[in-house]
Ligand binder design. Sequence first.
Ligand code: GLN
Length: 485
Amino acid sequence: MELNLSARELARRLQAQEISAEALAQAFLARVKRLNPKLNAFVFLDEDKVLEQARASDARIAKGEARPLEGMPVAIKDIFCVQGEPTTACSRILQGFRPPYDAFVVQKLREAGAVLFGKTNMDEFAMGSSNETSAFGPCRNPWDPARTPGGSSGGSAAAVAAGMAPWALGTDTGGSIRQPAAFCGVVGVKPTYGRCSRRGIIAFASSLDQAGVFARDVRDAAMLLAAISGHDPLDATSAADAPAPDWQQACEEGMRGLRIGRPKEYFPETLDARIRKAVDEALEHCARLGAEIVEISLPHTEYAVPAYYVIAPSEASANLARYDGVRFGLRVASSELEELYMRTRAEGFGEEVKRRILIGTFALSAGYYDAFYKKAQQARTLIRRDFAEAFQEVDVIATPASPTLAFRLGERTHDPLAMYLSDVFTIAVNLAGLPALSMPIALIDGLPAAMQWIAPAWREDRLFQVAAALEDDLGLRLVPPVEEA
Ligand code: GLN
Protein backbone atom coordinates (compact mmCIF):
# COMPACT_ATOMS: atom_id res chain seq x y z
CA MET A 1 0.00 0.00 0.00
CA GLU A 2 1.33 3.43 -0.95
CA LEU A 3 1.16 5.42 2.26
CA ASN A 4 2.86 8.49 0.83
CA LEU A 5 -0.16 9.53 -1.20
CA SER A 6 -2.05 12.62 -0.11
CA ALA A 7 -4.85 12.12 2.40
CA ARG A 8 -7.28 13.37 -0.26
CA GLU A 9 -6.18 10.66 -2.64
CA LEU A 10 -6.36 7.96 0.04
CA ALA A 11 -9.87 9.15 0.93
CA ARG A 12 -10.86 9.04 -2.73
CA ARG A 13 -9.54 5.49 -3.13
CA LEU A 14 -11.48 4.41 -0.05
CA GLN A 15 -14.71 5.92 -1.33
CA ALA A 16 -14.15 4.30 -4.74
CA GLN A 17 -13.50 0.97 -2.97
CA GLU A 18 -10.10 0.68 -4.62
CA ILE A 19 -8.66 0.03 -1.16
CA SER A 20 -10.32 -0.98 2.09
CA ALA A 21 -10.21 0.97 5.32
CA GLU A 22 -9.06 -2.15 7.12
CA ALA A 23 -6.11 -2.67 4.77
CA LEU A 24 -5.21 0.99 5.06
CA ALA A 25 -5.31 0.84 8.86
CA GLN A 26 -3.21 -2.35 8.80
CA ALA A 27 -0.61 -0.67 6.62
CA PHE A 28 -0.33 2.36 8.90
CA LEU A 29 -0.24 0.13 11.99
CA ALA A 30 2.62 -1.86 10.46
CA ARG A 31 4.52 1.34 9.79
CA VAL A 32 4.00 2.54 13.35
CA LYS A 33 5.28 -0.81 14.64
CA ARG A 34 8.40 -0.44 12.56
CA LEU A 35 9.15 3.22 13.24
CA ASN A 36 7.71 4.06 16.63
CA PRO A 37 10.38 2.27 18.68
CA LYS A 38 12.85 4.70 17.11
CA LEU A 39 10.72 7.87 17.08
CA ASN A 40 8.37 7.54 20.10
CA ALA A 41 5.67 9.54 18.32
CA PHE A 42 2.74 7.49 19.68
CA VAL A 43 2.17 6.99 23.40
CA PHE A 44 -1.06 4.94 23.10
CA LEU A 45 -2.35 2.95 20.16
CA ASP A 46 -5.01 0.28 20.55
CA GLU A 47 -4.72 -1.85 17.45
CA ASP A 48 -8.01 -3.67 17.99
CA LYS A 49 -9.97 -0.44 18.38
CA VAL A 50 -8.37 0.97 15.23
CA LEU A 51 -9.27 -2.11 13.21
CA GLU A 52 -12.78 -2.21 14.65
CA GLN A 53 -13.40 1.38 13.47
CA ALA A 54 -11.88 0.62 10.07
CA ARG A 55 -14.15 -2.39 9.57
CA ALA A 56 -17.17 -0.28 10.52
CA SER A 57 -16.09 2.22 7.85
CA ASP A 58 -15.77 -0.54 5.26
CA ALA A 59 -19.30 -1.63 6.06
CA ARG A 60 -20.61 1.91 5.59
CA ILE A 61 -18.75 2.34 2.32
CA ALA A 62 -20.19 -0.94 1.07
CA LYS A 63 -23.68 0.29 1.93
CA GLY A 64 -23.13 3.57 0.12
CA GLU A 65 -23.20 5.50 3.40
CA ALA A 66 -19.67 6.86 3.37
CA ARG A 67 -19.08 10.19 5.10
CA PRO A 68 -16.34 12.67 4.02
CA LEU A 69 -13.45 11.19 6.06
CA GLU A 70 -14.74 7.63 6.04
CA GLY A 71 -12.02 5.17 7.00
CA MET A 72 -9.25 7.78 7.19
CA PRO A 73 -6.85 7.45 10.13
CA VAL A 74 -6.24 10.61 12.18
CA ALA A 75 -3.65 10.57 14.98
CA ILE A 76 -4.71 12.55 18.05
CA LYS A 77 -2.45 14.54 20.36
CA ASP A 78 -2.74 13.12 23.86
CA ILE A 79 -4.32 16.38 25.07
CA PHE A 80 -7.70 15.59 23.45
CA CYS A 81 -10.19 13.57 25.47
CA VAL A 82 -11.16 10.37 23.71
CA GLN A 83 -13.90 8.49 25.49
CA GLY A 84 -12.60 5.45 27.36
CA GLU A 85 -9.07 5.85 25.99
CA PRO A 86 -6.03 6.82 28.04
CA THR A 87 -5.69 10.61 27.96
CA THR A 88 -2.82 12.01 29.99
CA ALA A 89 -1.43 15.17 28.33
CA CYS A 90 1.78 13.16 28.78
CA SER A 91 1.79 13.91 32.51
CA ARG A 92 2.24 11.45 35.36
CA ILE A 93 -0.56 13.23 37.18
CA LEU A 94 -3.13 11.93 34.68
CA GLN A 95 -1.86 8.37 34.77
CA GLY A 96 -4.79 6.00 34.42
CA PHE A 97 -7.32 8.69 33.44
CA ARG A 98 -9.86 7.64 30.84
CA PRO A 99 -12.29 10.43 29.96
CA PRO A 100 -16.02 9.77 30.06
CA TYR A 101 -16.59 11.76 26.84
CA ASP A 102 -14.98 12.77 23.54
CA ALA A 103 -13.60 16.24 22.92
CA PHE A 104 -15.95 18.10 20.58
CA VAL A 105 -13.47 18.03 17.70
CA VAL A 106 -12.90 14.30 18.25
CA GLN A 107 -16.64 13.81 18.12
CA LYS A 108 -16.67 15.73 14.84
CA LEU A 109 -14.01 13.42 13.44
CA ARG A 110 -16.03 10.37 14.46
CA GLU A 111 -19.14 11.84 12.83
CA ALA A 112 -17.15 12.47 9.65
CA GLY A 113 -16.18 8.78 9.57
CA ALA A 114 -12.51 9.12 10.56
CA VAL A 115 -10.64 6.31 12.31
CA LEU A 116 -9.18 7.61 15.60
CA PHE A 117 -5.62 6.46 15.31
CA GLY A 118 -3.90 6.50 18.71
CA LYS A 119 -2.59 9.26 20.93
CA THR A 120 0.59 11.14 20.13
CA ASN A 121 3.46 12.29 22.29
CA MET A 122 3.70 15.89 23.50
CA ASP A 123 5.31 18.11 26.08
CA GLU A 124 3.63 17.68 29.47
CA PHE A 125 0.38 19.72 29.43
CA ALA A 126 1.64 21.25 26.14
CA MET A 127 4.28 23.25 27.98
CA GLY A 128 7.42 23.15 25.93
CA SER A 129 8.92 23.47 22.49
CA SER A 130 10.81 20.20 22.14
CA ASN A 131 8.66 17.32 23.44
CA GLU A 132 11.29 16.75 26.09
CA THR A 133 8.99 17.43 29.05
CA SER A 134 6.80 14.42 28.19
CA ALA A 135 6.39 11.82 30.95
CA PHE A 136 6.89 9.22 28.19
CA GLY A 137 10.27 10.51 27.12
CA PRO A 138 11.00 12.67 24.09
CA CYS A 139 9.71 12.07 20.61
CA ARG A 140 12.44 12.20 17.97
CA ASN A 141 12.65 14.05 14.68
CA PRO A 142 12.26 11.73 11.66
CA TRP A 143 14.85 13.82 9.77
CA ASP A 144 17.47 13.21 12.46
CA PRO A 145 16.62 11.18 15.56
CA ALA A 146 19.25 13.10 17.56
CA ARG A 147 17.09 16.20 17.15
CA THR A 148 13.77 17.36 18.55
CA PRO A 149 10.61 17.23 16.41
CA GLY A 150 9.63 20.48 18.15
CA GLY A 151 6.82 20.86 20.60
CA SER A 152 4.54 20.69 22.17
CA SER A 153 2.72 18.66 19.47
CA GLY A 154 5.94 16.86 18.46
CA GLY A 155 4.40 13.40 18.23
CA SER A 156 1.69 14.54 15.81
CA ALA A 157 4.22 16.34 13.59
CA ALA A 158 6.63 13.39 13.59
CA ALA A 159 3.84 10.89 12.92
CA VAL A 160 2.66 12.74 9.82
CA ALA A 161 6.20 13.49 8.58
CA ALA A 162 7.25 9.84 8.92
CA GLY A 163 4.10 8.59 7.18
CA MET A 164 2.74 6.85 10.29
CA ALA A 165 -0.59 8.67 9.80
CA PRO A 166 -1.93 10.79 6.94
CA TRP A 167 -3.28 13.41 9.33
CA ALA A 168 -2.98 14.44 12.96
CA LEU A 169 -4.59 16.83 15.41
CA GLY A 170 -2.60 19.18 17.59
CA THR A 171 -3.15 22.19 19.79
CA ASP A 172 -1.40 25.53 19.61
CA THR A 173 -1.21 27.92 22.57
CA GLY A 174 1.99 29.71 21.58
CA GLY A 175 3.26 27.80 18.56
CA SER A 176 2.77 24.15 19.42
CA ILE A 177 1.47 23.24 15.97
CA ARG A 178 3.46 25.60 13.78
CA GLN A 179 6.92 25.07 15.30
CA PRO A 180 6.84 21.23 15.24
CA ALA A 181 5.36 21.35 11.73
CA ALA A 182 8.35 23.53 10.76
CA PHE A 183 10.89 21.19 12.36
CA CYS A 184 9.39 18.08 10.75
CA GLY A 185 8.68 19.45 7.26
CA VAL A 186 4.88 19.21 7.29
CA VAL A 187 2.03 21.70 7.08
CA GLY A 188 0.54 22.90 10.39
CA VAL A 189 -2.45 25.19 10.86
CA LYS A 190 -3.61 27.07 13.93
CA PRO A 191 -7.04 28.51 13.14
CA THR A 192 -8.62 31.69 14.47
CA TYR A 193 -9.33 31.56 18.21
CA GLY A 194 -12.92 30.33 18.44
CA ARG A 195 -12.95 28.48 15.12
CA CYS A 196 -12.75 25.09 16.89
CA SER A 197 -14.27 24.13 20.19
CA ARG A 198 -11.96 23.70 23.18
CA ARG A 199 -14.39 21.38 25.01
CA GLY A 200 -12.63 18.20 25.99
CA ILE A 201 -9.17 19.57 25.29
CA ILE A 202 -7.13 19.50 28.50
CA ALA A 203 -6.79 23.21 29.25
CA PHE A 204 -3.41 24.92 29.38
CA ALA A 205 -4.10 28.65 28.80
CA SER A 206 -7.76 29.08 27.95
CA SER A 207 -7.53 32.45 26.22
CA LEU A 208 -4.83 31.13 23.85
CA ASP A 209 -5.46 27.40 23.30
CA GLN A 210 -6.76 26.32 19.87
CA ALA A 211 -7.05 22.96 18.16
CA GLY A 212 -5.53 22.61 14.72
CA VAL A 213 -4.15 20.19 12.17
CA PHE A 214 -1.07 18.56 10.69
CA ALA A 215 -0.94 17.28 7.13
CA ARG A 216 1.61 16.59 4.43
CA ASP A 217 0.26 19.25 2.09
CA VAL A 218 -1.84 22.40 2.19
CA ARG A 219 -5.00 20.98 0.62
CA ASP A 220 -4.98 18.03 3.04
CA ALA A 221 -4.66 20.48 5.92
CA ALA A 222 -7.60 22.53 4.62
CA MET A 223 -9.73 19.39 4.36
CA LEU A 224 -9.05 18.22 7.91
CA LEU A 225 -9.48 21.68 9.40
CA ALA A 226 -12.88 21.98 7.73
CA ALA A 227 -13.90 18.72 9.40
CA ILE A 228 -13.12 19.91 12.94
CA SER A 229 -14.35 23.51 12.63
CA GLY A 230 -17.72 24.67 13.82
CA HIS A 231 -19.76 26.00 16.67
CA ASP A 232 -20.14 24.12 19.92
CA PRO A 233 -22.89 25.48 22.17
CA LEU A 234 -21.07 24.03 25.18
CA ASP A 235 -17.93 26.14 24.65
CA ALA A 236 -18.69 29.82 25.22
CA THR A 237 -15.52 30.81 23.33
CA SER A 238 -16.45 28.89 20.20
CA ALA A 239 -17.82 31.30 17.62
CA ALA A 240 -21.46 30.86 16.72
CA ASP A 241 -21.44 32.65 13.40
CA ALA A 242 -17.95 32.10 12.00
CA PRO A 243 -18.11 32.21 8.22
CA ALA A 244 -16.41 29.09 6.82
CA PRO A 245 -15.75 29.55 3.12
CA ASP A 246 -14.80 26.69 0.85
CA TRP A 247 -11.14 26.21 1.61
CA GLN A 248 -10.51 23.72 -1.19
CA GLN A 249 -11.66 26.38 -3.61
CA ALA A 250 -9.34 28.94 -1.96
CA CYS A 251 -6.42 26.58 -2.65
CA GLU A 252 -6.97 27.01 -6.39
CA GLU A 253 -7.18 30.79 -6.53
CA GLY A 254 -3.52 31.72 -6.91
CA MET A 255 -2.07 34.86 -5.37
CA ARG A 256 -2.17 37.39 -8.17
CA GLY A 257 -2.86 40.87 -6.82
CA LEU A 258 -2.50 39.93 -3.15
CA ARG A 259 -0.45 42.19 -0.90
CA ILE A 260 1.95 40.27 1.33
CA GLY A 261 3.42 42.05 4.37
CA ARG A 262 7.01 41.28 5.39
CA PRO A 263 7.35 42.56 8.98
CA LYS A 264 10.89 43.70 9.65
CA GLU A 265 10.71 42.63 13.32
CA TYR A 266 10.48 38.99 12.20
CA PHE A 267 13.82 39.07 10.39
CA PRO A 268 16.20 39.96 13.28
CA GLU A 269 19.96 39.41 13.48
CA THR A 270 19.37 36.27 15.56
CA LEU A 271 17.46 34.58 12.74
CA ASP A 272 19.43 31.71 11.15
CA ALA A 273 20.76 33.26 7.92
CA ARG A 274 19.82 30.14 5.96
CA ILE A 275 16.19 30.48 7.05
CA ARG A 276 16.14 34.19 6.20
CA LYS A 277 17.38 33.34 2.72
CA ALA A 278 14.83 30.55 2.27
CA VAL A 279 11.93 32.82 3.29
CA ASP A 280 13.09 35.63 1.05
CA GLU A 281 13.45 33.22 -1.86
CA ALA A 282 9.92 31.95 -1.20
CA LEU A 283 8.72 35.55 -1.29
CA GLU A 284 10.44 36.00 -4.65
CA HIS A 285 8.37 33.07 -5.89
CA CYS A 286 5.27 34.83 -4.59
CA ALA A 287 6.24 38.00 -6.43
CA ARG A 288 6.63 36.00 -9.64
CA LEU A 289 3.15 34.56 -9.00
CA GLY A 290 1.77 38.09 -9.05
CA ALA A 291 1.74 39.07 -5.37
CA GLU A 292 3.13 42.34 -4.14
CA ILE A 293 5.62 42.19 -1.25
CA VAL A 294 5.29 45.11 1.16
CA GLU A 295 7.72 45.93 3.97
CA ILE A 296 5.71 46.47 7.15
CA SER A 297 6.33 46.94 10.87
CA LEU A 298 4.71 45.28 13.88
CA PRO A 299 6.39 47.53 16.43
CA HIS A 300 5.32 45.76 19.65
CA THR A 301 6.57 42.33 18.59
CA GLU A 302 9.33 42.32 21.21
CA TYR A 303 6.72 42.26 24.00
CA ALA A 304 5.04 39.10 22.76
CA VAL A 305 7.28 36.54 24.49
CA PRO A 306 7.39 38.31 27.87
CA ALA A 307 3.62 38.98 27.80
CA TYR A 308 2.91 35.36 26.88
CA TYR A 309 5.12 34.02 29.66
CA VAL A 310 3.02 35.94 32.19
CA ILE A 311 -0.42 35.30 30.69
CA ALA A 312 -0.02 31.62 29.78
CA PRO A 313 1.43 30.54 33.17
CA SER A 314 -1.21 32.63 35.00
CA GLU A 315 -4.01 30.83 33.21
CA ALA A 316 -2.22 27.51 33.61
CA SER A 317 -1.82 27.95 37.36
CA ALA A 318 -5.60 28.25 37.63
CA ASN A 319 -6.41 25.48 35.14
CA LEU A 320 -4.04 23.00 36.76
CA ALA A 321 -5.48 23.56 40.25
CA ARG A 322 -7.98 20.78 39.52
CA TYR A 323 -5.30 18.06 39.59
CA ASP A 324 -5.32 17.34 43.27
CA GLY A 325 -5.32 13.55 43.48
CA VAL A 326 -9.03 13.45 44.25
CA ARG A 327 -10.84 13.45 40.92
CA PHE A 328 -8.39 12.52 38.16
CA GLY A 329 -5.50 10.18 37.60
CA LEU A 330 -2.67 9.80 40.06
CA ARG A 331 -3.26 9.79 43.81
CA VAL A 332 -0.44 9.59 46.32
CA ALA A 333 -2.24 8.31 49.40
CA SER A 334 -1.98 10.11 52.70
CA SER A 335 -4.02 10.31 55.89
CA GLU A 336 -4.25 14.11 55.64
CA LEU A 337 -6.15 15.76 52.78
CA GLU A 338 -3.72 18.64 52.42
CA GLU A 339 -0.81 16.26 52.37
CA LEU A 340 -2.55 14.19 49.71
CA TYR A 341 -2.80 17.29 47.51
CA MET A 342 0.81 18.22 48.07
CA ARG A 343 2.30 14.79 47.58
CA THR A 344 0.21 14.07 44.51
CA ARG A 345 1.18 17.36 42.89
CA ALA A 346 4.81 17.05 43.92
CA GLU A 347 5.06 13.61 42.34
CA GLY A 348 2.63 14.06 39.48
CA PHE A 349 3.87 17.26 37.86
CA GLY A 350 7.18 17.58 36.04
CA GLU A 351 9.66 20.37 36.54
CA GLU A 352 8.53 22.66 33.71
CA VAL A 353 4.88 22.42 34.74
CA LYS A 354 5.84 23.30 38.33
CA ARG A 355 7.84 26.26 37.05
CA ARG A 356 4.79 27.54 35.17
CA ILE A 357 2.49 27.08 38.18
CA LEU A 358 4.95 29.01 40.35
CA ILE A 359 5.32 31.85 37.83
CA GLY A 360 1.57 32.06 37.29
CA THR A 361 0.69 31.99 40.97
CA PHE A 362 3.26 34.70 41.64
CA ALA A 363 2.06 36.90 38.77
CA LEU A 364 -1.54 36.71 39.96
CA SER A 365 -0.86 37.26 43.65
CA ALA A 366 -2.02 40.38 45.47
CA GLY A 367 0.40 43.24 45.02
CA TYR A 368 1.92 41.80 41.84
CA TYR A 369 -1.18 41.54 39.71
CA ASP A 370 -0.93 45.11 38.38
CA ALA A 371 2.80 44.91 37.84
CA PHE A 372 2.74 41.68 35.86
CA TYR A 373 -0.62 40.32 34.75
CA LYS A 374 -2.24 43.67 33.98
CA LYS A 375 0.87 44.93 32.18
CA ALA A 376 0.98 41.76 30.10
CA GLN A 377 -2.66 42.21 29.11
CA GLN A 378 -1.91 45.80 28.08
CA ALA A 379 0.98 44.57 25.92
CA ARG A 380 -1.39 42.03 24.42
CA THR A 381 -3.71 44.83 23.35
CA LEU A 382 -0.85 46.67 21.66
CA ILE A 383 0.18 43.53 19.80
CA ARG A 384 -3.37 42.96 18.63
CA ARG A 385 -3.53 46.57 17.38
CA ASP A 386 -0.26 46.17 15.47
CA PHE A 387 -1.83 43.37 13.46
CA ALA A 388 -5.10 45.24 12.94
CA GLU A 389 -3.17 48.20 11.55
CA ALA A 390 -0.98 46.01 9.35
CA PHE A 391 -4.03 44.35 7.85
CA GLN A 392 -5.26 47.75 6.70
CA GLU A 393 -2.25 47.68 4.36
CA VAL A 394 -1.79 44.04 3.43
CA ASP A 395 -3.89 40.91 2.89
CA VAL A 396 -1.60 38.44 4.58
CA ILE A 397 1.71 38.48 6.49
CA ALA A 398 4.75 36.28 5.81
CA THR A 399 7.39 35.43 8.42
CA PRO A 400 9.80 32.64 9.27
CA ALA A 401 8.10 29.99 11.45
CA SER A 402 11.06 29.43 13.74
CA PRO A 403 14.36 31.27 14.26
CA THR A 404 16.34 28.02 13.94
CA LEU A 405 16.16 24.63 12.31
CA ALA A 406 15.35 21.62 14.54
CA PHE A 407 17.81 21.70 17.43
CA ARG A 408 19.46 18.77 19.20
CA LEU A 409 17.74 16.93 22.04
CA GLY A 410 19.16 18.18 25.33
CA GLU A 411 20.47 21.39 23.80
CA ARG A 412 18.02 23.71 25.56
CA THR A 413 16.64 21.64 28.44
CA HIS A 414 18.74 23.46 31.04
CA ASP A 415 18.02 26.92 29.68
CA PRO A 416 14.29 27.71 29.92
CA LEU A 417 14.76 31.13 28.34
CA ALA A 418 16.44 29.68 25.25
CA MET A 419 13.56 27.20 25.03
CA TYR A 420 10.95 29.98 25.39
CA LEU A 421 12.61 31.95 22.59
CA SER A 422 11.92 29.08 20.17
CA ASP A 423 8.47 30.62 19.84
CA VAL A 424 9.34 34.25 19.14
CA PHE A 425 7.68 34.11 15.71
CA THR A 426 4.56 32.18 16.69
CA ILE A 427 3.43 33.59 20.04
CA ALA A 428 2.12 37.02 18.92
CA VAL A 429 -0.41 35.24 16.69
CA ASN A 430 -1.96 33.49 19.71
CA LEU A 431 -2.03 36.70 21.73
CA ALA A 432 -3.95 38.32 18.86
CA GLY A 433 -6.20 35.28 18.26
CA LEU A 434 -5.30 35.11 14.56
CA PRO A 435 -5.07 32.15 12.17
CA ALA A 436 -1.63 31.11 10.92
CA LEU A 437 -0.11 28.33 8.85
CA SER A 438 3.40 26.92 8.82
CA MET A 439 4.67 25.24 5.65
CA PRO A 440 7.98 23.76 4.53
CA ILE A 441 9.86 25.81 1.94
CA ALA A 442 13.32 24.28 1.72
CA LEU A 443 15.58 21.49 2.87
CA ILE A 444 18.73 22.90 4.46
CA ASP A 445 21.59 20.56 5.37
CA GLY A 446 19.14 17.69 5.58
CA LEU A 447 16.61 19.54 7.75
CA PRO A 448 13.32 21.20 6.78
CA ALA A 449 12.99 25.00 6.91
CA ALA A 450 9.60 26.66 7.09
CA MET A 451 7.72 29.89 6.78
CA GLN A 452 4.59 31.13 8.48
CA TRP A 453 1.57 32.84 6.94
CA ILE A 454 -0.63 35.00 9.18
CA ALA A 455 -4.11 36.23 8.15
CA PRO A 456 -6.81 38.42 9.71
CA ALA A 457 -9.28 36.67 12.02
CA TRP A 458 -11.63 34.26 10.18
CA ARG A 459 -9.60 34.53 6.95
CA GLU A 460 -8.09 31.04 6.93
CA ASP A 461 -9.09 31.05 3.25
CA ARG A 462 -6.24 33.49 2.59
CA LEU A 463 -3.75 31.25 4.34
CA PHE A 464 -4.79 28.33 2.18
CA GLN A 465 -4.85 30.48 -0.94
CA VAL A 466 -1.25 31.73 -0.64
CA ALA A 467 0.17 28.53 0.86
CA ALA A 468 -1.29 26.25 -1.82
CA ALA A 469 -0.13 28.54 -4.62
CA LEU A 470 3.38 28.68 -3.19
CA GLU A 471 3.44 24.95 -2.53
CA ASP A 472 2.49 24.24 -6.15
CA ASP A 473 5.15 26.61 -7.38
CA LEU A 474 7.93 25.24 -5.15
CA GLY A 475 7.08 21.64 -5.99
CA LEU A 476 8.86 20.54 -2.82
CA ARG A 477 8.27 16.93 -1.80
CA LEU A 478 9.79 16.26 1.62
CA VAL A 479 10.19 12.64 2.64
CA PRO A 480 12.43 12.04 5.66
CA PRO A 481 15.13 9.34 5.36
CA VAL A 482 13.52 7.48 8.20
CA GLU A 483 13.88 3.93 6.89
CA GLU A 484 17.70 4.08 6.70
CA ALA A 485 18.24 6.14 9.83
N1 GLN B 1 6.27 26.49 23.63
C1 GLN B 1 5.24 27.31 24.18
C2 GLN B 1 5.10 27.01 25.64
O1 GLN B 1 5.88 26.28 26.13
C3 GLN B 1 3.94 27.08 23.45
C4 GLN B 1 3.34 25.78 23.76
C5 GLN B 1 2.01 25.57 23.09
O2 GLN B 1 1.69 26.18 22.08
N2 GLN B 1 1.22 24.70 23.68
O3 GLN B 1 4.25 27.49 26.32
